[in-house]
Ligand binder design. Structure first.
Ligand code: AMP
Length: 409
């Protein structure tokens, strides 16, 4: 990260897309905490720090008259919290571009923060609009992107804006650097055996990742909703469990590809099934390929827990993305909690473990084991795309040599 910032204005794209309750209080400030190293370093080095972020999807939830629901999606709700977290003076601009933002940015003093209003209040943000990006660039001398969670989006504030700063005046932030460094530990010559644990609802979301993982891990454990498509494709009875019928052929191809390359794909051998999608549903444990009609698998069973845990504990590199059951329901959370426990145990034995994706992060936090794994990624989609080998627009924009002169930067 650029740290020669004394007396400079630094525009930082952060991911402050935090959950708020009905009174607009922050219910989980992880994303703010993760951005603090960058913010504090810049403040300590004498910069005036201008922060921008999106919050929610305001363009998808407009007021009845078509206007933006400012009350619901305002970053103004974060000002007091940010003051407490940074100990700095925090000013706020009611629009991320325009006269007010420009004036407040230019009068901002070293050691102070200016928080800009939600970038997604402008339609141009998600379109990667040049005009919006150029206006954002006028606010500062240096641009830093520290929003890993949105690095896979080619938006005005995450990607387009970068080209209006000279390559020497733009860089990744500390969180971004650490996300990339840790993902590379998994991607490039991981300590073996390397195991990936994939869960979550859909195979379709993770097909590309599975294909790519086959090239560099030794074992892929598949659990959660996505496992039933594989079980059905192999001829099993899965009742009313989640299934993407269109992906059965692909599931078989992946199993074949893995076999050809000597990679073990391990599926659950038993499942906790329910007679409805509810925490209070009747439940029992059956073999994975014998789920009766009108029942659905909502968690992995004891035998699967035992089998998966053993593989995880014998691993030296672990990548975990997605819960292996409906962990939001207490009665179906045991499988996911056990994966969290096994991952923490393996880490204590010297493995490198990385947890990526919103739900697995929530699961590891729920299990109270966040500090017992090697790295918890802030990026769901971004981490998946990075691991799939895609160049993320937010990173590419910083690393490219493209420069458009327009904002004296
Ligand atoms: P994803 O966003 O694809 O990682 O999916 C996470 C979601 O998958 C969580 O909300 C889980 O409740 C859900 N999930 C995991 N296992 C199952 C299952 N067996 N049946 C239905 N949903 C599941």
């Amino acid at each position: 990260m650029i740290t020669d910032v004394g007396g400079k204005k630094v525009l930082v794209r952060v991911d402050f897309n935090v959950p708020l309750d009905s009174e607009f209080k922050i219910t989980d400030d992880t994303r703010i905490r993760k951005a603090l190293p960058t913010i504090k370093t810049l403040l300590d080095k004498g910069a005036a720090v201008i922060l921008m972020s999106h919050l929610g999807r305001p363009q998808k939830k407009l007021n009845d008259d078509g206007s933006i629901n400012v009350k619901k999606f305002s970053l103004g709700h974060l000002v007091e919290h940010l003051k407490g977290a940074t100990g700095a003076e925090v000013k706020f601009a009611n629009d991320c571009i325009g006269e007010e933002a420009f004036d407040k940015a230019h009068s901002l003093q070293a050691g102070e923060i200016l928080l800009l209003e939600n970038t997604r209040f402008h339609k141009g943000e998600s379109k990667g609009d040049d005009e919006m990006a150029a206006k954002l660039a006028k606010l500062a001398d240096i641009y830093i992107n520290d929003a890993f969670g949105t690095a896979h989006r080619a938006h005005a504030s995450t990607a387009t804006v970068a080209k209006y700063f000279k390559p020497a005046n733009r860089s990744l932030g500390l969180l971004m650097e650490s996300e990339i460094q840790n993902a590379k530990k998994v991607l490039n010559s991981p300590k073996r055996p390397a195991t990936a644990i994939l869960g979550g609802a859909k195979v379709s979301d993770k097909i590309q990742l599975i294909e790519r993982l086959i090239d560099f891990v030794n074992v892929i454990i598949i659990g959660g909703g996505m496992s039933y498509t594989f079980t059905k494709a192999q001829g099993g009875e899965i009742g009313d469990s989640l299934c993407e019928d269109d992906y059965q052929d692909l599931a078989l191809k992946l199993l074949k590809k893995a076999e050809d390359q000597g990679v073990d794909i391990i599926l659950p051998v038993d499942n906790v099934i329910a007679d409805s999608f509810s925490n209070e549903a009747e439940r029992k444990t059956v073999k994975s390929e014998e789920i009766p009609a009108n029942w659905m698998g909502l968690d992995i069973g004891e035998k699967s827990i035992e089998k998966f845990s053993k593989v995880i504990k014998d691993s030296k590199t672990i990548l975990w993305n997605g819960p292996v059951g409906v962990f939001e329901f207490e009665n179906f959370a045991k499988g996911t909690q056990s994966i969290a426990r096994a991952t923490a145990d393996a880490t204590a034995l010297g493995a490198f473990s990385m947890i990526g994706g919103g739900d697995s992060v929530a699961a590891i936090t729920q299990a109270g084991l966040e500090d017992e794994v090697s790295f918890v990624s802030t990026g769901g989609g971004a981490m998946l795309e990075f691991l799939e080998g895609k160049k993320l627009p937010g990173i590419k924009a910083i690393e490219s040599q493209e420069y458009v002169e327009s904002a004296d930067n």
